[in-house]
Write a protein that binds this ligand. Structure first.
Ligand SMILES: Nc1ncnc2c1ncn2[C@@H]1O[C@H](COP(=O)(O)OP(=O)(O)OP(=O)(O)O)[C@@H](O)[C@H]1O
Length: 199
């Protein structure tokens, strides 16, 4: 498949993925096909394995099994084959855009079983204390959901250390430094997407 490689963006809730993504989307218009986030996934029965799609057509995708995905729209859901999921990502590539997949650790491991060949990036907070402060300041969590996110974050922070799992682990302490690291690792793909648009 020609076209820029997709990008897997993972990391604990509150680590700063959306903040970094927004900067990319603002600075590089038309370079990114669509973004994928886990946060629109609220009503799926088994939230363990999923990819969640926030695109032109917001819906979520539950990666229940390496070969079967559940796409959940606001009111309807349907199962699709991995092939259809891959085709959707490849359609973005075919437009010479970088497809961003914002997935949890299980999503990362499931995508590793495919031949999509993305760049794997983990965004991590400098510490659990800083993460807690950011999540509290964001004012999006109840005490219960905050504690769940902090628990999941501790697990994610440990798992992200697994050698070879990610091409790059960005510790998002200073936002501009983290953004600069992100841009560096994406430089070749951004250039491909921009170059192909000029020709
Ligand atoms: N480097 C930083 N320094 C200080 N605050 C930051 C930094 N990066 C992000 N934040 C703030 O931390 C909060 C969480 O960031 P953000 O919403 O981007 O996280 P996220 O990883 O996308 O979370 P989720 O997965 O829940 O969407 C936001 O309020 C954001 O403004």
């Amino acid at each position: 498949m020609t076209g820029p490689r997709p990008v897997v963006l993972s990391g604990p809730s509150g680590a700063g993925k959306s903040t970094l993504l927004k900067k990319l989307l603002k600075d590089y218009e038309n370079v990114f096909g669509f973004s994928v986030s886990r946060d629109c996934l609220t009503s799926v029965a088994s939230p363990d394995y999923y990819l969640c799609w926030q695109a032109v057509n917001p819906c979520s995708i539950l990666l229940q099994h390496p070969l079967v995905l559940l796409i959940q729209h606001t009111s309807t859901s349907r199962l699709i084959q991995l092939g259809e999921f891959k085709a959707a990502i490849q359609a973005v590539q075919a437009q010479n855009q970088i497809c961003i997949l914002d997935v949890d650790m299980q999503g990362v491991k499931n995508i590793k079983k495919t031949d999509l060949n993305p760049i794997y990036i983990s965004v991590q907070p400098p510490s659990i204390d800083v993460l807690e402060k950011r999540l509290r300041d964001r004012q999006t969590e109840t005490e219960d959901s905050l504690q769940k996110r902090l628990h999941a974050a501790r697990v994610d922070m440990e798992l992200s250390k697994e050698p070879g799992l990610f091409d790059l682990v960005i510790v998002n302490n200073d936002l501009e430094e983290a953004y600069s690291e992100l841009k560096s690792v994406l430089a070749d793909e951004i250039q491909k997407a921009q170059g192909s648009k000029k020709s």
